[in-house]
Design a protein around this ligand. Sequence first.
Ligand code: RBF
Length: 160
Amino acid sequence: MASELHNLSDYDPQKVPSGAGRKVAVVYAEWNSDITYALRDGAINTLVANGVAKGDIETFSVPGSFELIYGASRLVKSNKYDAVIAIGCVIRGDTPHFDYICEGVTAGLSQLNISGDTPVIFGLITTNNLEQAQERSGGRLGNKGDECAVTALHMMAQFG
Ligand code: RBF
């Protein structure tokens, strides 16, 4: 499938707006931290590579992906940031919780995007197994954190 081949870290730097002067919050879940820390660091590195000052990036941890909703909501309401990036990793395993958490987080973050004045970037990886998550957090398929940072830069430039 074509989408399987898409590398999440591939972008044309010339087409990415500068983030100079922008303030960005990154909220990330501690569940599956091997993955989420790599996503968080990818997002930070890509923001910095595109002009966001290190001091203008603040990070916040929450226990699990479900708590990203509350965390992101607080950050939006603070009005301190030009964008909020929410990062988590939900691995299916054998549990039906997978669907509940994924649907909950998706609905919650979607709601924030239409109720607040700050773009909330969806950095939730949802995979069937750990290997697929590794592939998307700096492995074969790049790093979704990079993609989130690029998305944040576009949104801030367009609407900031
Ligand atoms: N949080 C994640 O970020 N990723 C997961 O894969 C994940 N799996 C969970 C599986 C079960 C059975 C439960 C009960 C929770 C899981 N959580 C996961 C945590 C969830 O996002 C949240 O932190 C807790 O449910 C407390 O609200």
